[in-house]
Write a protein that binds this ligand. Structure first.
Ligand code: PEP
Ligand code: MG
Length: 584
């Protein structure tokens, strides 16, 4: 499959946290932030002409590079690629980029990098005022072209021409915001590695949704790996091998084939019911971020959507999506699932999920700040719009509403009042919707788990968000690489909170699901169903692996085993026991 030869240069490995399994072998593509490296300095009068020449040379170099790339595109390369490079070339030829910076250098006696960056900021501001979304988005092209010029000026190694990169490309970045990652969904990277991040950061969740091997928290990968270098990414154990020897390369090619073979075998389970050997049925549902993810859900054999994270509809936008846009997105998912349940979570913006990737929270602890339902209740018009859109879409499928981050009953009651208000407004307009739409709450704050019975009384179902539940119980920032090794789903206090929630739901006859990342970890499946869970919602790529575990399970054994795990209060005893248990 790959025709890249292993390099004779010295090989080394970098360790991080594997957040999406699988093996990728390919060339590193460094996502730089050269723009951040630009500094300003004033030149002596007699150096201004040389600086202008340095600038003109850099423009010429980038022009030549782009032409080489365009000419080296293979015949099968997507047509948009050539068009994209041509757009960059014409932008480069435009006076605003090739001439105006010279005037700035002249007038301000500043360095070339600074001059072109000033000019770029100016152009980007003008683009931002454009109403047409497509044209407005072209500002990213300007930034990319300018970044190329700045890299040349700063003496960065330039990117290899596309021809040498027809093989797999592995994205190497310092960090990728969830908003960036959602844009990467359009590209075809073979793997995704970053210096920072935690296993359940939203970036990692999105990386998994790209369905490619991913590793985060590598600390210095971007400094250690050169652009275009051959690397191996082993997402299962969180290791990156740079410049592998021939032997290691051959070994990994074999492992990669075996992994893919294993995945093929799992596909045979697609239509098999998830049922234990002694007849207990487990509902396996999927998590999605955008309506397009439904294709992967259907391919996974999941029997519904347990979590649709609607905030991604709000990201990378200058304005909030209106009711119609939201309605269309929710309706599209509901219809595509043909009557299977679609659990749509109301807006969970805030903390690490901002509408705009550049937004910096002014709160010292953003995860404890105005996010999720708190944000919605403080901006009732935003909530009202979304609730109306959800209700309208409920006429076209089996939609359930899920409220994130509930902490107090008062929040739940206010939400119910707003839901009633949205229903009333639709009734008045004779707009059809499901009057009996189910309302569920996420249990992801310890306060809600401890008080789960009270929430279960006033809700139709509960869904445990283990990602946040672990973050808040253990006081560990889920996005912070420095504490990522302390983030442990098997911590006895986390297991106790999950158990309290399951018991509350069972007592009141309300279904309880887990929709955090724990649900998709096949090593935890036996423990979770042993604890009493009958519904798990996960990334579509995990459904078959989890199903395989269920098909190999016997409920009687699982119950007694889970009881034993819950009786321990020492993480060091729990971990080996759960590992042994999952292999039985
Ligand atoms: C969770 O917290 O477990 C969850 C599912 O929500 P999110 O990851 O979107 O915060
Ligand atoms: Mg959450």
């Amino acid at each position: 499959m790959f025709n890249i030869a292993p390099s004779p240069q010295s090989s080394f490995s970098v360790h991080g946290i594997g957040v999406s399994s699988g093996i990728a072998i390919g060339q590193a593509h460094l996502v730089s932030n050269a723009l951040l490296e630009v500094v300003h300095y004033v030149l002596p009068e007699n150096q201004v002409e040389d600086e202008i020449k340095r600038f003109s040379d850099s423009i010429l170099t980038v022009k030549k590079d782009l032409e080489v790339i365009r000419n080296s595109l293979s015949k099968n390369a997507p047509a948009e690629l050539a068009a994209f490079i041509s757009t960059h070339l014409s932008m480069l030829a435009d006076k605003s980029l090739s001439e105006v910076p010279k005037e700035i250098i002249h007038k301000e006696r500043c360095n070339a990098e600074w001059a072109i960056k000033q000019q770029m900021d100016d152009i980007v501001n003008q683009f931002e005022a454009i109403e047409d979304e497509y044209l407005r988005e072209r500002k990213h092209d300007i930034v990319q072209v300018v970044e190329r010029v700045i890299k040349v000026l700063l003496g960065h190694p330039r990117q290899a021409p596309v021809k040498q990169r027809e093989n797999a490309i592995i994205l190497v970045a310092h960090d990728i915001s969830p908003a960036d990652a959602i844009q990467f969904k359009q590209h075809h990277f073979a793997a995704f590695i970053t210096d920072v991040g935690g296993v359940t950061s939203h970036t990692a969740i999105l990386a998994r949704s790209l369905n490619i091997p991913s590793i985060v928290a590598l600390q210095r990968a971007r400094d250690l790996i050169n652009d275009g270098e051959l690397i191996i990414v082993d997402g299962s154990i969180g290791v990156v091998i740079v410049n592998p020897s021939k032997e290691i390369w051959a070994e990994y090619k074999l492992r990669q084939e075996q992994f893919e073979l294993e995945q093929q075998k799992l596909k045979r389970l697609k239509s098999t019911k998830a049922i234990t050997m002694d007849g207990t049925v487990i509902e396996l549902q999927a998590n999605i971020e955008v309506p397009e993810d439904v294709t992967a859900v259907r391919a996974s054999g999941a029997t519904g959507i347990g979590l649709y994270r609607t905030e991604f509809l709000f990201m990378n936008k200058r304005e909030m999506p209106d009711e119609e846009e939201q309605f269309q997105a929710y309706k599209q998912v509901a219809e595509a699932m043909h009557g299977l349940p679609v659990t749509i979570r109301t807006l969970d913006l805030g903390a690490d999920k901002q509408m705009n990737p550049d937004t910096v929270s002014d709160c010292a602890n953003p995860a404890l700040g105005l996010r999720a339902v708190r944000l919605c209740l403080s901006e009732p018009h935003i909530f009202h719009t979304q609730l109306r859109a959800l209700l309208r879409a409920s006429h076209y499928g089996n939609i359930k509403i899920l409220i994130p981050m509930l902490t107090t009953l008062a929040e739940l009651r206010q939400t119910k009042l707003l839901l009633e208000r949205a229903k009333l407004s639709l009734r008045k307009q004779n707009v059809p919707f499901n009057e009996n739409i189910a309302l569920g709450g996420m249990i992801e704050v310890p306060a809600a788990a401890i008080n789960a019975e009270a929430f279960a009384k006033e809700l139709d179902f509960l869904s445990i968000g283990t990602n946040d539940l672990i973050q808040y119980t253990l006081a560990i920032d889920r996005t912070h690489d420095a504490v990522a090794h302390l983030y442990n789903p098997l911590h006895p206090s986390v297991l106790k909170l999950i158990s309290i929630t399951i018991k509350a739901g069972t007592k009141l006859g309300k279904s309880v699901a887990v929709c955090g990342e724990m649900a998709g970890d096949a090593k935890l499946t036996k423990l979770l169903i042993g604890m009493g869970l009958r519904q798990l919602s996960m990334h579509p790529s995990n459904v078959l692996g989890v199903k395989q575990q269920i098909l190999r399970s016997q409920m009687v054994k699982l119950n007694s085993h889970a009881r034993k795990v819950l009786s321990y209060s020492d993480l060091e005893k729990i971990e080996p026991l759960v590992a042994k248990f999952s292999l039985q």
